[in-house]
Design a protein around this ligand. Structure first.
Ligand code: CA
Length: 329
């Protein structure tokens, strides 16, 4: 089924910690393997959930939240099974980078993966063919990473299966992030949420802040949301520590017109901030030329109205870099 092996027995009750062993033959280690940390908690039959973070290695909020959850949960607190991958693309997480330094690949553009592929393709293949088929739900904890900052949010993908979409929607509501949205736009078939769709299970994603760092606010939202989501799925017997429902804005995100890209190289001067409500054609940013400061800056515009839910972080931009994206009610 996969070239990746593990000492973890997914059918065994109790708490197990260990590694997925990803074969990787290099100069310093001819028969070596890359370790991908994994935690499995099982207590009899029941709901089966995969929690993962570090799909992108420079998104740290989920890596911290899942490590804390993995340390705090005991098998007798759950019913069914929770598999936790705090650093799904472990080489990327170890390097603190979006893509793997081993093969340069982005795990979330590698599904369904390849059993004989490069390390990142083998991880994608293992998740899609070994882990997802033995789960009922997956929560993939993302954030903006080093280049983007998001409002704290969860998202689901529009599913052609009405029942599955309703269950994913209920899971998103249970997580109760300040923003919740549905991706209505073009299908990315290489992402984890597409893999979950192929396996017939529900998937919840998050975009919890970002900027290549961890904030107390983002972590609080992640930890609270994960506990609420696990209780909703019935896999934790514990009541969520915070049962109060906080306000959550329900939004949708479409395809191309929702995004603003740099159309020149230079220094990025944002003209709006996260959560601003903007109109079509409103100026979004000025891109100042570095070598010819006497030239007028390029003005980027929003193509449609909406709420700013994502903004670029680094000050330097190149043509083709994403500056903002919008959501609509
Ligand atoms: Ca991400």
């Amino acid at each position: 089924m996969s070239r990746i092996s593990t000492e973890i027995d997914f059918d065994k009750d109790g708490r197990q910690t260990g590694f997925l062993r990803l074969p990787h033959s290099v100069d310093r280690s001819a028969y070596g393997w890359i370790p991908i940390p994994i935690v499995c908690l099982r207590n009899g039959p029941g709901p089966r959930v995969l929690l993962m973070a570090g799909n992108h290695g420079d998104e740290f909020e989920g890596q911290v939240a899942l490590a804390k959850l993995a340390r705090s949960l005991t098998a007798d607190q759950i019913k069914g099974r929770i598999i936790i991958l705090p650093t799904a693309n472990a080489p990327a997480a170890r390097a603190g980078k979006r893509n793997s330094p081993v093969d340069g690949l982005n795990l979330n553009r590698c599904f369904p993966g390849n059993i004989n592929g490069s390390p990142t393709e083998m991880i994608a293949h293992y998740i899609e063919t070994v882990l997802l088929p033995q789960c009922d739900a997956v929560i993939d904890v993302h954030s903006g990473g080093q280049s983007l900052q998001y409002v704290p949010s969860t998202h689901i993908r529009r599913s052609p299966d009405a029942d599955r979409f309703a269950r994913a929607s209920a899971l998103m509501e249970a997580f109760n992030a300040p923003f919740s949205w549905v991706f209505e736009g073009a299908r990315e078939t290489r992402a984890l949420n597409a893999a979950a769709e192929r396996c017939g299970i529900i998937a919840l994603g998050t975009e919890l802040c970002g900027g290549g760092t961890v904030t107390p606010n983002a972590l609080r939202i992640a930890e609270r949301g994960l506990r609420r989501a696990l209780a909703h799925l019935g896999v934790t017997a514990l009541d969520p520590p915070d049962a109060e429902i906080l306000p959550s804005r329900r939004l949708q995100v479409g395809s191309y017109p929702f995004y603003v890209y740099a159309e020149d190289d230079g220094v990025f001067e944002p003209l709006v901030a996260l959560e601003d409500v903007v109109t079509a054609d409103q100026p979004a940013a000025l891109i100042h030329p570095v070598d010819t400061p006497w030239r007028a800056p390029h003005e980027a515009h929003f193509k449609q109205a909406g709420i700013v839910v994502c903004a670029r972080v680094p000050g330097r931009v190149e043509r083709g870099d994403c500056l903002f994206h919008l959501a609509t009610p």
